[in-house]
Design a protein around this ligand. Structure first.
Ligand code: GRF
Length: 216
């Protein structure tokens, strides 16, 4: 679906593409990306890892891999707008072709989007638009769906509402609990993230309204 007069963004990344990854937790998605970038043909390098908390395990993974790291805590700023401006400046320092939110538990603000919209993607652990927000797998399980999965999308100003780049389906098993389902989704989610970031890096992309074309 293309909408008349929808904003168009075309990005041709440098080679290798410069990627900044934002994390809040353990960073298994980041670890998978870092592993993939060891292959020169992959086409992307993680130049920096940023977090909103010191405890994010992904920071150590970034350091080990030789990437720069930074932490921008919301609580260190007078308000959300100041944090948004500081995070935007931190990410901009690394001059990214692509910014990847991988388990980053904060919504970026208007300043960030003004600078990076169209080159900022997030991975979510359900099949959007079903079950957005922080507790997707739990909500999917409680609802009783038989298939869920993971969605990679370009972030816009809404909560998990941006243009969809890729989705992978994960069947719900009868004996699943939140933990087993979450973990099985993460396996599929990581593979999808690695595949799609590589494609974006190597082929570039064009975003027209809600339509994403890789290699266009
Ligand atoms: C991912 O499943 C993501 O969808 C969710 O948090 C998880 C992050 O995991 N928002 P990790 O930190 O990459 O291991």
């Amino acid at each position: 679906m293309t909408t008349p007069n929808a904003p168009v963004r075309s990005v041709t990344p440098r080679r290798p593409a410069r990627v900044v990854v934002l994390v809040s937790g353990g960073g298994s998605n980041l670890a998978a990306l870092l592993e993939a970038t060891r292959e020169p043909g992959y086409g992307a390098q993680v130049v920096a890892v940023g977090a909103d908390r010191d405890s994010a395990g992904g920071l150590a993974l970034g350091t080990e891999a030789g990437a720069a790291t930074f932490v921008e805590r919301l609580g260190d700023h007078a308000d959300r707008a100041a944090w948004d401006a500081a995070l935007t400046a931190r990410v901009a320092e690394h001059d990214p072709d692509l910014v990847v939110s991988a388990g980053f538990l904060k919504l970026c603000g208007p300043r960030f989007l003004e600078r990076f919209e169209g080159r900022y993607i997030n991975t979510h652990n359900t099949l959007l638009p079903a079950f957005p927000g922080m507790n997707g797998p739990r909500d999917a399980l409680e609802y009783g769906v038989k298939i869920t999965g993971a969605t990679l999308f370009f972030v816009d100003a809404g909560v998990d509402t941006g243009a969809i780049l890729a989705q992978v389906a994960v069947p719900v098993q009868e004996d699943d609990d939140v933990e087993t389902l979450t973990e099985r989704i993460k396996v599929a989610e990581r593979a999808q993230l690695v595949e799609e970031v590589g494609r974006l890096a190597r082929e570039g992309w064009r975003l027209e309204g809600r339509t994403v074309r890789v290699g266009a």
